[in-house]
Ligand binder design. Structure first.
Ligand code: FE
Ligand code: FE
Ligand code: FE
Length: 167
């Protein structure tokens, strides 16, 4: 049974498990972002992290709504992927001394987080639709749209200035 608290037999079980996985991940992200906000030098990067922390809190509320809509208790399961991405980010943050290079490092770590979230929400939306839960899919689409917009904004910041300042 591995790390799962409950055996996964059906697509519905897998949907709920994946919801628990992203719920855990979003909560870990809210714990990691304040440190990144504190360490960011570029004002726009700092502001992007601050905005996304606020968005992440709203995303958690939306996930709680999806659990309720699907008649499931609000619960997280350990996501080793997000734990790994965050611990890698913290490790590199501890290793980089130059503040402009640190901005580029944190930005790249943040994009790794967004990409993980984008895959999970894409899967959750597909599962929800397959299960006839277009209502759940619509709520999850709101989170996906924010993750995609954040990723895009981070790419623009990296290519527009953060990487150049670091070079
Ligand atoms: Fe998120
Ligand atoms: Fe996961
Ligand atoms: Fe995100």
């Amino acid at each position: 049974m591995g790390l799962f608290s409950k055996p996964i037999k059906t697509l519905d079980d897998l949907f709920v498990h994946t919801l628990q996985d992203i719920y855990y991940a979003e909560n870990q992200i809210t714990k990691a972002l304040p440190q990144m906000i504190a360490k960011a030098t570029d004002a726009q990067l700092k502001q992007s992290f601050e905005l996304h922390l606020q968005e992440t809190r709203n995303q958690i509320t939306r996930l709680e709504k999806v659990f309720q809509m699907h008649g499931q208790p609000v619960k997280g399961v350990t996501c080793q992927a997000i734990d790994g991405i965050i611990s890698e980010a913290q490790e590199i943050m501890g290793d980089v001394s130059d503040k402009e290079v640190l901005d580029a490092a944190m930005l790249s770590s943040a994009q790794a987080v967004e990409h993980y979230e984008i895959t999970r929400y894409g899967t959750l939306i597909a599962f929800a639709k397959q299960l006839g839960r277009n209502d759940c899919a619509a709520v999850l689409e709101e989170n996906l749209a924010e993750e995609k917009a954040t990723d895009k904004k981070l790419t623009m910041l990296a290519e527009g200035k953060v990487n150049r300042m670091a070079a």
